[in-house]
Design a protein around this ligand. Structure first.
Ligand code: NAD
Length: 337
């Protein structure tokens, strides 16, 4: 297949990472970038001579020379742009959250099905080696029965203009949990705090319950003095700590099969820090975004569904909608439909 012409819409924080990957991709011929901020375009023009730039997203979305569109604008703009790209026959790679209302995501799914075009929703963590390793271990039943998942994703800012902290940060955890468990929650509950200065929810706790008995807690915040990215998964046979801030030892697996509870000494378990062996799997450190971009192009060529497909995006958005509703109702459990 000939290399494709790509348009990137939005050259902000994440768009810059996408552009770097597009420049390195063997699947891409010409690159076009649109950003509505003229200063962003001027800076880009000063360093990138071979890239066609414009302040008009519309111009690229309508252009017949473009085959694929990468959307890295704020979430509230994704639907219009993705819809326009699909209508003019372009494959779409759209940032998370795919859109801000599940009905819009369903509409995109419908359009992609009818046109045979590909949509990747960039839930980048699904392409992370540590996340893949956990999926492999869960699928091979290495944890036994899953009892709980506890996620912490907190840092200072960056405040998004159009979505709250759950849509920005917890979206990552929800995408991973859906992927790992292959199961959707039955109820969603959320409590949080609105920051008066920024007038946006910047701290939240989300609780998910499952028919299997699994219980999930997600803490997300833009108001933390430190950056923490930690997930603990507790199973009946093993537990795992996934620390994404760790440069190399991201996963630690704690084994407590065959550990006899010493009934003659009930205090022993309380003073033992470790119950069994701890193993640290070796992971190759490929950039997850590079893998996501490659999956997008390969899915187009092979006419197959990508790993992070539109249904993945819809499932995340539906859970976030329930979390918003629960917040408005002071933490009432909301049934996921
Ligand atoms: N996958 C990930 O891990 C990840 C990480 C960070 C951000 N994101 C997502 O990427 C998206 C962008 O986030 P960001 O942090 O880069 O935001 P940002 O504000 O840094 O960048 C957005 C850019 O879009 C441009 N823009 C706004 N409206 C536009 C329009 N109508 N036409 C053309 N350009 C327009 C802005 O000028 C800006 O340069 C969000 O959906 C966010 O959730 C994903």
């Amino acid at each position: 297949m000939k290399a494709l012409n790509a348009a990137l819409i939005g050259h902000g924080y994440w768009g810059k990472n996408l552009l770097r990957n597009l420049k390195e991709s063997m699947f891409v011929d010409q690159i076009h970038v649109a950003d509505s901020n003229p200063k962003v375009i001027a800076q880009l023009n000063a360093t990138e001579r071979s890239i066609h730039t414009t302040t008009s997203a519309d111009e690229l979305l309508r252009s017949e020379d473009i085959d694929v569109v990468f959307i890295a604008t704020p979430g509230s703009l994704h639907f219009e742009m993705a819809q326009q790209a699909l209508s003019s026959g372009k494959h779409v790679f759209v940032e998370k959250p795919v859109v801000t209302r599940s009905v819009e995501a369903e509409r995109l799914l419908d359009m992609a099905k009818k046109s045979g075009l590909t949509i990747v929703v960039d839930h980048t963590f699904l392409y992370n080696e540590a996340v893949q390793k956990i999926k492999e271990l869960i699928s091979a039943n290495r944890f036994g029965k899953l009892n709980y998942i506890d996620c912490t994703r907190i840092n200072l800012g960056i405040y998004q203009q159009d979505v709250n902290v759950m849509w920005d940060l917890a979206a990552h955890d929800i995408s991973m949990i859906n992927y790992w468990t292959n199961e959707l929650p039955i109820t969603v509950r959320a409590v949080g705090k609105v920051n008066k200065r920024h007038e946006v929810l910047d701290l939240a706790y989300i609780f998910l319950t499952y028919s299997s008995g699994l219980f999930v807690q997600i803490n997300c915040s833009w108001a933390s003095p430190v950056k923490i990215r930690k997930t603990i998964i507790g199973g009946s046979e093993r537990m795992i700590i996934y620390d994404d801030v760790e440069p190399t030892e991201k996963l630690k697996i704690y084994d407590y099969r065959n550990v006899e509870n010493d009934k003659s000494n009930p205090k022993k378990l309380l003073v033992d820090y470790r119950l069994g062996d701890v193993t640290i799997p070796k992971l190759s450190l490929t950039e997850p975004l590079k893998a996501a971009v490659t999956d997008f192009f390969e899915s187009i060529i092979e006419k197959r569904s990508p790993l992070s497909n539109i249904q993945t995006g819809i499932d995340v958005v539906k859970i976030l909608e329930c979390a918003d509703l629960s917040l408005q109702e002071n933490g009432k459990p909301i049934a996921l439909r």
